[in-house]
Design a protein around this ligand. Structure first.
Ligand code: ZN
Length: 182
């Protein structure tokens, strides 16, 4: 059994003038990301939207010192970007579509994702979204440590750091045993 984990494809990470944008790199993956998401959704595979959720002025969050404020609860910056927003809106009531608010990079950190996957007998996680070398990477590392097989869609991941993007793609394959779909 397989699941798609769609990571952080929100306005704050993709819109041109957004807080923490991947810019044209992030915008360029929209079609591919939406296609993969539609395929999984139509196939009734488990589709997880794992989305950064930050509070304003959270004094305890380590990202405060690392990044500008982003994906703040209640702001449009946290809405899904472009056509992915439409796909989610059309399918959100399906039993196989699941939204997770995450506080850290990894979709597994402090969430019930591992339980949701295991109770469905899912052994394979397919990852799309941003950023390749931050939230996708940390999710992949946790998936690896929890024993999941990992599949990465090269055309549906992006970063604001091209070197980090390339490094992460190599790391997925060489160190996490991931399959890279070109
Ligand atoms: Zn964040």
């Amino acid at each position: 059994m397989r699941a798609l984990i769609s990571i952080d494809y929100t306005n704050d990470f993709v819109e041109t003038k957004a807080a923490l944008t991947t810019g044209s790199a992030g915008q360029a993956i929209e079609e591919a990301l939406v296609e993969v998401t539609k395929t999984f959704t139509e196939n009734k595979d488990f589709v997880v939207y794992a989305i950064d959720s930050h509070d304003t002025n959270d004094p305890y969050h380590p990202e405060n010192d690392l990044f500008p404020p982003h994906n703040i609860v209640g702001t449009t910056g946290r809405n899904l970007y472009g056509k992915l927003a439409d796909v989610y809106e059309e399918t959100r009531k399906q039993a196989t579509v699941y939204w997770i608010d995450k506080r850290h990079y990894s979709a597994f950190s402090g969430t019930d994702l591992d339980i949701r996957l295991r109770e469905r007998g899912i052994t394979e996680v397919h990852l799309v979204g941003v950023c390749t070398d931050i939230c996708v990477l940390h999710t992949a590392v946790d998936a690896y440590n929890l024993g999941y097989k990992i599949i990465i869609y090269k055309q549906a991941v992006a970063s604001f750091d091209p070197i980090g993007h390339e490094w992460a793609l190599n790391h997925f394959k060489q160190s996490l045993g991931a399959e890279i779909i070109e």
